[in-house]
Ligand binder design. Structure first.
Ligand code: NDP
Length: 508
């Protein structure tokens, strides 16, 4: 019988000195006004990775005012589309030139496998290129059918100063889903990365300067949400907040931003089902289910954390997924063979385990895993690939984001049941359907309450295809042309041509 596939410590030498991160405000690198710093330890190795300035309100205030001043100056907001595009393209080239450096620090801070970090950083360059294309091609509309003496023009303008707040699970990728689109629109920004994964955002700051982005257009403040992020959501000089993270914080941000009626774009959690019909290609489905639940250690808004499988094929499918799971390489993220790395913090590892224990207590069965994983030679926290069967819809493990490598298995008999189980969720981020019958796939896709539905695949994404959630998975859209529109305000210009209008005032 195959046991789990564990990759022990790779023996790669870790950086001797931690990466030092400071705030970027008005084009200058600054320590915190308080002089305080904080440290990040690698979740896989237990080693010091970075030391960052610990921001507070004074630093956030300075960054917001710098972004406001840069916006008002017009140096970026009124720049030509082609000039904005040129800078974004240069940034993309610089990202590609820095993949190794950025991937290493991303892996050390987040615990994700090095091959995945390389893919994310180089893939993010393509998001910057796509946004550059939009910077010079997106336009408004004209109305030439309002009468001989009228012309209507709807123009798109940058919304203003944008607060960009990002999480730890895909630090550089999520930043690149937001920032180049905001910049393509002509906005200026204040960015706050998660305090656990700040360093690739700081490196991006270096690349933005090198690419020639004017000072103050992008400002970066490091530190915790309550101290830095909250001012970014309430300050009168901020016009919009774009946030990715937990639904709980997303709701708090929407509430805080409502006091000044800022626009808010939220990309929140998901409880994303893959639904497998009896005529599906079971081998492909099993592989996609395995990928969907373990990718990024399940710490992924798009995690395929529950499957809803037809009861006739449930045993066969689960058997395949259990077998495949044993071949997924868990372990040292610095080893290029590793497919699944560490859990972000020990507290989060405890939360994952609590979900599994509660499900077992409520009558579910463990088909694989179900506890912490020891990786020889490493001090960090890892969790076993875990499959939980006999899950019922009311269990927390079936309804809430576990954010770990844990799959819940539910079953159905009819299309109506499959759709009902899919939609029985507060979330609506993504869903997947597996069937060889196009009618089955289309019916499911149209009835599923989700921002994205994948058919016979899972988690494929492209800069061209917009992304976002319905229900409590968020509001607004990222990437694609809609991703640019989020950062644009529309203004209507109504123009009379000639003096043809009869006067309103009639002199009696
Ligand atoms: P949070 O939602 O708490 O944090 C995301 C970002 O928001 C971080 O930069 C955080 O700062 C910041 N933040 C926190 N509080 C505020 C606030 N009041 N105002 C403004 N910004 C704030 O996610 P966590 O990183 O703590 O993860 C917690 C859980 O959220 C996870 O276990 C997971 O379930 C879910 N999650 C979902 C994600 C998704 O993609 N849907 C992504 C990440 C997490 P800081 O953390 O530095 O204090």
């Amino acid at each position: 019988m195959t046991l789990l596939t564990i990759v022990p410590a790779a023996g790669v030498a870790l950086p001797v000195e931690p990466f030092v991160g400071r705030h970027l405000i008005a084009g200058a690198w600054r320590d915190s006004a308080s002089g305080e710093t904080y440290e990040r330890t690698s979740p896989a190795h237990g080693a010091l990775v970075s030391r960052s300035a610990l921001g507070a309100e004074a630093d956030a205030e300075a960054a917001i005012l710098a972004a406001r001043a840069a916006f008002a100056s017009g140096v970026w907001s009124r720049a030509l589309g082609k000039d904005r595009a040129a800078v974004l393209l240069k940034v993309a080239d610089l990202i590609e030139a820095n993949v190794e450096r950025m991937a290493l620090i991303e892996t050390l801070e987040s615990g994700k496998p090095i091959t995945q970090s390389r893919g994310e950083v180089s893939g993010a360059a393509d998001l910057w290129r796509y946004a550059a294309a939009l910077a010079r091609t997106r336009h408004g509309e004209s109305h030439n059918t309002l009468g001989d003496d009228m012309l209507g023009v709807v123009v798109k303008e940058p919304i203003g100063v944008v607060s960009v707040i990002t999480p730890w699970n895909f630090p550089f990728w999520i930043l690149s889903q937001k920032l180049p689109f905001a910049l393509a629109a002509g906005c200026t920004a204040v960015v706050k990365p998660s305090e656990m994964t700040p360093s690739t955002t700081v490196i991006l700051g270096e690349l933005l300067i090198e690419a020639g982005l004017p000072a103050g257009v992008v400002n970066i403040v490091l530190g915790y949400g309550p101290a830095v992020g909250s001012l970014m959501t309430t300050h009168a000089a901020v016009d919009m907040v774009t946030f990715t993270g937990s639904t709980m914080v997303g709701k708090a941000i929407a509430g805080a931003a409502s006091k000044t009626l800022k626009k808010v774009a939220l990309e929140l959690g998901g409880k994303n089902p893959q639904v497998i019909f009896p005529d599906a290609d079971l081998d492909s489905a099993a592989d996609a289910v395995t990928f969907g639940v373990y990718f990024n250690t399940g710490q992924c808004c798009n995690s395929g954390s529950r499957i809803i499988v037809h009861e006739d094929i449930a045993d066969a499918l689960v058997e395949k997924v259990v077998d495949l799971s044993k071949h997924v390489a868990f372990g040292d993220p610095l080893d290029p063979r590793t497919q699944v790395g560490a859990i972000i913090t020990s507290q989060h590892q405890g939360k994952i385990d609590d979900y599994v224990r509660a499900a077992v207590k409520a009558g579910a069965e463990i088909a694989l895993g179900g506890g912490p994983l020891l990786v020889p030679g490493l001090d960090g926290q890892f969790y076993q690939p875990t499959i939980v069967r006999g899950v019922t819809p009311e269990m927390a493990i079936a309804r809430e984001e576990v954010f770990g490598p844990v799959l819940s298995v539910l079953t159905f008999r009819t299309m109506d049941e499959a759709v009902a189980l899919t939609n029985d969720a507060t979330y609506g981020l993504s869903a997947g359907v597996w069937s060889e019958n196009v009618h089955t796939c289309l019916e499911f896709s149209r009835r599923a309450e989700a921002g994205t539905v994948w058919t016979n695949t899972w988690m494929d994404g492209f800069p061209e295809l917009t992304f976002g959630g319905v229900k409590q998975s968020g509001q607004g859209r990222e990437i694609g042309s809609y991703g640019l529109d989020e950062f644009l305000e529309v203004k209507t210009l109504v123009m009379r041509i000639g003096r043809t209008r009869a006067p309103w005032v009639k002199k009696l």
